[in-house]
Design a protein around this ligand. Structure first.
Ligand code: SF4
Length: 942
């Protein structure tokens, strides 16, 4: 470790550090503008020049390596004078029109003030527009640009997008988007990294311009996807005026995507529910009305009336039809604490295992498959270790740059910076394929055949990790025999992937170790979802890529807290921590912990039953049973089945005919149309508690603002409702964790830790201290477990499974000749309840679109400017036709975001994976026809 002297202090620096890094580590401030620790060194602004004794000239600290015995002065009168002159030179071409975002003074302004720099009298004003780019999110005012190029480097090196560059010559030199076009035309993803790194405000957050300085800044977690990015919410007068990077965020640092940074305005949308609402027929004690009559109108009521009515109704239904006549849907948008309470409410207060949530629809096959293979259903590794340590990656069924954008950017960085060998397996030519060493385009629903084919080639070439297989796995012989039947030629016939590409992919994946497998819903949302996951588990056991950094099995969870909702037991077959309800000892333990007295109904002596050891109904089964009358009540927290379930016309009929539906939500969603009671909850920025991201990292969520009107924290609503249900039944909590008198979410986490072995060492206090905790955390002194399966699997030996290909439930025929596959686009989120109310996001993609191949479009006489009707056996939708090579012939891709006639779930099929009960969103048969002619073809000749 070299010793250097900086400003008279002996500093022990690390080998390879620059003077700037050594100084900053020692707490010595050296002014910079073009430098940023995340970016390559430009060394161009000259503000960080320092004086090194015996050196012939001043040197840029950002680019000067330290050496033993070096004596450095960072602040002398001469240096201050030099810096003032540098700043005045920059001020010569800088003009501030007085419009600014909500941020504090910019870095540039700070140094100008610090060194007393003044604009020269002959300062030029460029006279450019102060808002010169139509991007709805990024404000461009090149009058403030000092050409530090931080934006250029951030876009290239952090985001991997290369939108910004430097153009023109001499005094006309300027940053330009693309070939001097607009940002969006230069394929900008509007992540805002350029604005976040800009030190002058030349690039800024457009939504915050003119909103003033915040009263407070609150660090919390993004409410959209499972990446779990940390962000800073800027608040003024009780409203969010900006969302900015939190450089200290452990997952993402400065990176955010367009939804996380700019998709927050839904929080203040006028549609927010602000008071409880009850249908008039309930207020008047009349029979349910399903037709649109005055009796069905909403009546706003106080919390007491609403909760009393719900508690009474649920208790009556329980008494009359039994606990299993009621179902509860928890929410992946809500905190761990809220999900814990929802499943406790179902199991303890209502007495049923009928609790589930949207994980059923996205990764239930992952949980089932990985549990069968390893005894644990979660992502085994961390995003950072995959991005920094994997030498190869199989990305299959994951449009990662649009659905998990910050992780997508990390993968791009890994390819660009250190040569990660990326194999993408996806029917569509998604954006990340530009960074792939190889893209294979399997037909939807043929993943098992593809993966078996890869493993066939690996075994043929003897590339398997035999030591790992022998020492840690079982079931190898049967598996090997099954894979032996998937010759490259057979696989090519099933999947459409050539034998040559299969060989190439196998070589890349097998010969670069460690290799990480990453997937999302392209793998899971199939009738073969569990078998797909088992195949990927087989592949990683075959190659010995488990229990190591940079390897593993890595499902990317969709919503912000879908991992946590599963961990908390918001599933019909497990208590918190995946403790199975089929184990009578575990069920008896929870019965005792949550015990209530008396055990008989106070009114008629009917016994309150203990929890059964039979799993409850899944979400799809609950909706079906509700429609058929087998279940009498549904309590839904923050889910929108009328929008997001497959074959949604059928689902809407079920919801319409059901007896009693309570919805706890922030907006009147599509499901609200079928609800009898609406309870207003809190949005992400109003929540306290924890979210668990896709990599099992538990993170603190802090409230930045209050919920609007009388809307209330969801945990408080559930706790109060549970108290009222118990009071209605005259039951008292007697078990050690039976009561519902929580102080705050940290108190709930104490109960979670006491009852959930994998969360036993997690507390809000530890998280507040900054501990990075990936579960399992078995005790309060445990550092967490970033990599699973080191040394052994939870089930002992990893289990190979012999897995066979089977086609999707519905395949194309003469009437429905196309395969429909579904997904999202960057600017959309899930069912759109939030992002349809985020103005800028909606403007980017305001209609449902379907992508189809040019050859198919030609056959249908479509030219890319038509509205089309897409029909399946279950319904139809209309959408804008996007003719593109992104999809191969025979496949149509539809995004799901819009309700009514634009809902792609009018078409999707309710066929389920037999084990996980996940629907096959990714493959069904459809037909297409134009409903409006192209404006081009119909316009009169000029
Ligand atoms: Fe939010 Fe996900 Fe975007 Fe991160 S990547 S900002 S968590 S939506």
């Amino acid at each position: 470790m070299p010793n250097v002297t900086i400003d008279g202090r002996t500093v022990e620096a690390s080998a390879g550090q620059t003077v700037l890094e050594a100084a900053r580590d020692a707490g010595i401030t050296v002014p910079t503008l073009c430098y940023h620790p995340d970016l390559s060194v430009a060394g161009s602004c000259r503000l960080c020049l320092v004086q090194v004794e015996h050196a012939p000239a001043l040197a840029a600290a950002c680019a000067l390596p330290i050496s033993e015995g070096m004596v450095v002065h960072t602040e002398t009168p001469a240096l201050a004078d030099h810096r003032r002159r540098v700043l005045e030179m920059l001020l010569r071409h800088y003009s501030d029109a007085g419009v600014a975002d909500a941020a504090e003074e910019s870095e540039f302004q700070r140094w100008v003030r610090h060194y007393g720099a003044r604009p020269p009298e002959d300062a030029a004003t460029s006279g450019r527009a102060v808002d010169s780019d139509p991007n709805p999110f990024v404000w461009v005012d090149l009058n403030k640009c000092i050409l530090c190029t931080r934006c250029v480097r951030a876009c290239a090196e952090v985001q991997g997008r290369f939108v910004w560059g430097v153009g023109h010559r001499g005094e006309h030199t300027s940053i330009i988007a693309g070939v001097d076009t607009t940002m969006l035309d230069a394929r900008c993803e509007s992540c805002g990294a350029c604005a976040a790194y800009c030190p002058t405000g030349a690039l800024a957050d457009k939504m915050s311009i003119g909103r003033g300085k915040p009263d407070k800044v609150v660090a919390t977690i993004c409410g959209y996807c499972g990446v779990g990015c940390g962000l800073n919410v800027h608040v003024k007068n009780g409203a969010i005026v900006r969302v900015a990077s939190d450089a200290a965020a452990p997952v993402n640092g400065m990176s955010l995507c367009v939804k996380g940074r700019y998709g927050y305005d839904f929080v203040h949308h006028p549609d927010r529910l602000t008071k409880p609402r009850i249908r008039r027929y309930l207020v008047e004690g009349r029979a349910k009305q399903t037709a649109t009559t005055p009796e069905r109108a909403w009546v706003e009521v106080g919390w007491d009336s609403a909760l009393d009515l719900v508690a009474k109704k649920l208790a009556e239904i329980k008494h009359a039809a039994g606990p299993d006549a009621i179902g509860v849907l928890a929410s992946a948008k809500c905190t761990n604490e809220e999900n814990y309470l929802m499943q406790k409410f179902a199991r303890q207060a209502l007495g049923t295992h009928n609790v589930d949530h949207c994980a059923r629809l996205c990764h239930s096959s992952t949980v089932a498959g990985l549990t069968m293979a390893f005894g644990s259903g979660a992502m085994s590794n961390c995003m950072e270790d995959i991005a920094s340590a994997a030498r190869a990656m199989l990305l299959i069924g994951s449009n990662v740059t649009e659905q998990h954008p910050v992780f997508g950017a990390m993968i791009r960085q890994a390819v660009l910076r250190r040569g990660l060998q990326l194999v993408v397996a996806d029917p569509r030519k998604i954006d990340i394929t530009e960074f792939a060493a190889l893209h294979v385009r399997q037909m939807p629903g043929t993943d098992v055949a593809l993966i078996n084919g890869l493993m066939h080639v690996i075994l043929q070439n003897n590339w398997q990790d035999q030591k790992f297989i022998d020492e840690r796995c079982e079931g190898y012989a049967e598996f090997r025999a099954a894979v032996g039947r998937y010759t490259p030629e057979r696989v090519a016939a099933i999947t459409g992937v050539s034998a040559g590409d299969l060989q190439k992919a196998a070589a890349i994946l097998a010969r670069n170790k460690p290799m990480a497998v990453v997937w999302a819903m392209g793998i899971t949302q199939h009738t073969s979802g569990v078998r797909n996951v088992l195949s990927l588990a087989n592949l990683q056991m075959l190659l010995g890529n488990l229990g190591v950094r940079g390897g593993g099995v890595n499902p990317l969870r969709g919503q912000n807290n879908v991992q946590g909702a599963c961990d908390m037991g918001a599933l019909p077959n497990v208590f918190p921590g995946y403790q199975t309800v089929t184990d009578p000892a575990i069920t008896a333990k929870f019965d005792a912990d949550w015990a209530l007295e008396p055990g008989v109904d106070a009114a008629d002596g009917t016994p309150h039953l203990a929890l059964s050891d039979t799993p409850g109904r899944t979400v799809t089964e609950m909706v079906e049973a509700f429609g058929a009358g087998a279940m009498k009540a549904l309590y839904i927290l923050g889910e929108d089945p009328a929008m997001t379930e497959p074959d949604v016309n059928h689902v809407r009929r079920c919801l319409q005919t059901g007896e009693f539906l309570v919805l706890q939500e922030i907006f009147p969603s599509e499901t609200a149309a079928f609800a009898d009671v609406l309870l207003p909850g809190a949005a992400f920025a109003e929540k306290a508690g924890t979210f668990t991201n896709t990599e099992r990292r538990v993170q603190l969520v802090r409230p930045a603002i209050d919920p609007p009107g009388e809307a209330c924290a969801d945990w408080a609503i559930t706790a109060e409702l549970a108290r009222r249900v118990l009071a209605h039944e005259g039951r008292q909590p007697v078990g050690p964790f039976a009561a519902w008198d929580y102080r705050d979410p940290s108190h709930i986490m104490e109960e979670i830790a006491a009852l959930t072995p994998s969360y036993a060492g997690i507390s809000h206090a530890r998280l507040e201290r900054g501990d990075n905790l990936h579960w399992p955390v078995p005790h309060a002194g445990h550092p967490g477990t970033p990599v699973l399966h080191v040394g052994e699997f939870p089930c002992g030996r990893g289990r190979f499974h012999a897995v066979e290909h089977a086609p999707p439930a519905e395949i194309p025929d003469a009437d429905y000749p196309f395969v429909l596959t579904t997904g999202r686009v960057l600017y959309h989120w899930h069912g759109g309840e939030l992002t349809r109310r985020a103005k800028g996001l909606t403007e980017q993609c305001p209609h449902a679109q379907v992508e189809l191949n040019p050859a198919d479009a030609a056959k249908l006489a479509l030219d890319g400017h038509n509205t089309v009707r897409v029909r399946s056996r279950r319904g139809e939708m209309t959408a804008e036709a996007l003719v593109t090579e992104r999809v191969p012939q025979g496949i149509v891709f539809g995004n799901f975001h819009f309700p009514g006639a634009q809902n792609v779930n009018n078409l999707t099929i309710g066929a389920l994976d037999p084990l996980a009960k996940i629907p096959e969103y990714k493959a069904c048969a459809v037909a297409l026809e134009a409903v409006t002619a192209s404006p081009r073809s119909s316009s009169p000749p000029s």
